[in-house]
Write a protein that binds this ligand. Structure first.
Ligand SMILES: [Ca+2]
Ligand SMILES: [Ca+2]
Ligand SMILES: [Ca+2]
Ligand SMILES: [Ca+2]
Length: 286
C-alpha cells in the first residue's frame, strides 16, 4: 500500500501454469499480480528514550550532556517529531551546544524534522548546567517526552500506544536506573508510556550546620549545648556519616553530656552515626 504498484490494474504476473499475465510495458514488478492488491492499516507509533552521556564524578557547576532519542516503531515514515524536555529544579539551559532547542515557559522544545523512517532511531543532544539545590529526590531527574508528530504528508498523528504530551503521574514514577528506565517496548497507554523517559545523575550531598542552643551564660563552667544538623541534599539515601568537631580554646569537652561522641585527645571530638538519612531529610545530633 502506498507504493507505485498499489491500485495498479495492469501489473504483469504469472498464472497458475506459469504463463505471463497483464500488460507488457508496464513499469510494475513481475510479481505484482493484478488480482492481488494489499490493504493494510497505518500504524503510528513513536517511542523515546533518554540517557545522561556525561559520566561520574559530578560536581555542581558542570555541564551535563543528555542524549534524547526517538524510535519509529510504526509502519509509516514520520516527520516533525517534537520533543519537550521538562527541565527540573537542579538544571538550567546551557549557553552553548543547544542549537535547535528553544525555551518554552519552563520547558525546552526541539523538533526533529526527519524524515524518521521505519525502524529508525534519531538522537539529539541536550546540554544542561548541573546546579546545587536544597535537595530532593526529583531535583536532577530530567524527563523528556514526545509532544507532537506528523506523518510524511504533514498531518498530525496520534500514537497507537501512548499520548503525546501527557506527562502523567505514572510516567513521572519512572526513575533513572529503575525497571522502566529506557523502556521503549511498553504499550501501557495511560501508564508509564513509551514516549516519555528520564535521565539524571545519582547525587550524594550531605550538608551540616551547627547552632548554639544556649544564648546567655551565667558563669564560667556552665554547659553550652550546640545542636548539629546533617541534611541530605542529594537524591540517594545516606546510611551513615562521621562528624568531627574542632573544640576551640575556651571550651572543654564534657564526656558525661555527650553520649555517642569520642574524644580523640587532640583537640577534636568525633560522632559516628549509622543513621539512615533519606533524601531531603535531616538528622539532629544534640
Ligand atoms: Ca510502541
Ligand atoms: Ca508510542
Ligand atoms: Ca533513561
Ligand atoms: Ca506520553
Amino acid at each position: 500500500m502506498g507504493t507505485t504498484s498499489d491500485d495498479v490494474l495492469t501489473g504483469i504476473g504469472r498464472d497458475r501454469n506459469g504463463n505471463m499475465t497483464g500488460t507488457f510495458g508496464s513499469t510494475t514488478a513481475a510479481t505484482d499480480e493484478d488480482d492481488h492488491d494489499p490493504t493494510t492499516i497505518r500504524v503510528f507509533d513513536m517511542a523515546l528514550y533518554k540517557q545522561l552521556v556525561t559520566s561520574a564524578p559530578y560536581q555542581y557547576g558542570d555541564v551535563h550532556e543528555f542524549k534524547v532519542c526517538v524510535v519509529n516503531q510504526g509502519n509509516a515514515v514520520m516527520q516533525n517529531v517534537q520533543i519537550t524536555d521538562y527541565l527540573p529544579t537542579g538544571y538550567t539551559f546551557a549557553a552553548a551546544g543547544n542549537a535547535g532547542w528553544t525555551v518554552s515557559g519552563s520547558n525546552l522544545v526541539r523538533t526533529i524534522a526527519g524524515p524518521v523512517g521505519l525502524c529508525d532511531t534519531v538522537c539529539v543532544s541536550l546540554f544542561l548546567n548541573f546546579n546545587q539545590t536544597t535537595g530532593g529526590r526529583n531535583h536532577w531527574i530530567n524527563y523528556s517526552e514526545i509532544t507532537n508528530m506528523e506523518d510524511n504528508t504533514g498531518t498530525p498523528r496520534d500514537d497507537v500506544d501512548s499520548t503525546p504530551g501527557s506527562d502523567g503521574p505514572d510516567e513521572r514514577e519512572v526513575y533513572p536506573g529503575g525497571p522502566s528506565d529506557d523502556n521503549t517496548t511498553s504499550t501501557d497507554e495511560g501508564g508509564e508510556e513509551d514516549d516519555h523517559d528520564p535521565a539524571g545523575p545519582k547525587v550524594f550531598d550531605l550538608a551540616l550546620f551547627m547552632v548554639n542552643d544556649t544564648d546567655i551564660l551565667e558563669d564560667y563552667g556552665d554547659n553550652v549545648r550546640q545542636t548539629i544538623t546533617v541534611t541530605n541534599q542529594g537524591n540517594i539515601p545516606s546510611d551513615g556519616f562521621n562528624v568531627t568537631v574542632y573544640v576551640p580554646a575556651g571550651y572543654t569537652f564534657s564526656t558525661t553530656n555527650n553520649p555517642g561522641w569520642v574524644n580523640n585527645g587532640n583537640g577534636t571530638v568525633t560522632y559516628v552515626s549509622t543513621a539512615l538519612i533519606n533524601k531531603d531529610r535531616r538528622y539532629n545530633i544534640h
